[in-house]
Design a binder for this molecule. Structure first.
Ligand code: ZN
Length: 202
C-alpha cells in the first residue's frame, strides 16, 4: 500500500486542515473543491486508502466522510437551493455557535464577514482559532469562528494541535513507519510558530 504523506495536487492547500480534522476524528466530514479536473476514481482511491468515502459533483465540489451515505447526504444539502448554511455547518462538524452565526450572516456575506473578523485581534490561546492563513493550509480550524473568543472553536483548534503533536504515527494519514515520511504534519507544525510570530509582530 502506498502511503500518502503530502497532499495531491488536485486538493487545495486549505484541505490540509480539513484532512487533519477527518484523520483525527475531530470532524465527521469535510467539504472542499478540486483544484484541477481529475477522474473521480483517482480521488476515490486516494481517500479509500485512508478509510474514507467521497461524493463529488460536476462543479468539482468534494465531500469526504467516513461513510458514503454521509458524504452523499452532505453534498445533497450543499447543492440544495434552500437556505442550508446552519445545517451544512453542523453536518460538517462545526460548532453550533459558529453555524448559527454563519447562518445569520448569510452565505453570500461569508467572505466579507471573514475579512471583518480577520481585522479583529485574537488574543492569547485564541490565536489558534485565527483563520487568516486557512487558504494556505496553515490554520487549525477551517470555519469562521463566531467571535475571536469562541470557546468551541478553541477546543477544536487545541484538539487539532494535540493530534499534530502525537507521534509514531501522529495520525492515520501517516501510517508509514518512517518518521521521515511525516512531512504533512511536520510541515504544518513547523509553520505554526512562524505563523504566530508573524501575528505578534503586528
Ligand atoms: Zn463559535
Amino acid at each position: 500500500m502506498k502511503h500518502h504523506t503530502t497532499l495531491p495536487p488536485w486538493l487545495k492547500p486549505s484541505a490540509r486542515t480539513d484532512i487533519l480534522h477527518l484523520a483525527a476524528k475531530i470532524r465527521p466530514a469535510i467539504r472542499t473543491e478540486l483544484t484541477v479536473p481529475v477522474r473521480q476514481e483517482v480521488v476515490r482511491i486516494w481517500m479509500r486508502h485512508l478509510g474514507w468515502y467521497i461524493a463529488i459533483d460536476r462543479d468539482g465540489f468534494l465531500v469526504v466522510a467516513r461513510s458514503s451515505t454521509l458524504a452523499r447526504k452532505i453534498l445533497a444539502i450543499d447543492r440544495d437551493d434552500s437556505s442550508h448554511t446552519f445545517r451544512l455547518g453542523r453536518e460538517l462538524g462545526y460548532p453550533t455557535c459558529c453555524c448559527r452565526a454563519a447562518a445569520s450572516v448569510g452565505e453570500q456575506n461569508l467572505d466579507s464577514w471573514a475579512l471583518a473578523l480577520s481585522q479583529r485581534s485574537f488574543i492569547g490561546r485564541f490565536r489558534l482559532i485565527d483563520p487568516i492563513h486557512y487558504r494556505e493550509g496553515n490554520a487549525l480550524v477551517s470555519h469562521i469562528p463566531c467571535s475571536p473568543f469562541c470557546q468551541a472553536s478553541l477546543q477544536m483548534a487545541e484538539a487539532t494541535l494535540a493530534a499534530l503533536r502525537k507521534t509514531n504515527p501522529p495520525l492515520p494519514i501517516f501510517s508509514s513507519p518512517s518518521p521521515r515520511d511525516f512531512n504533512f504534519g511536520r510541515q504544518l507544525q513547523s509553520e505554526l510558530p512562524l505563523l504566530y510570530a508573524r501575528r505578534r509582530r503586528r
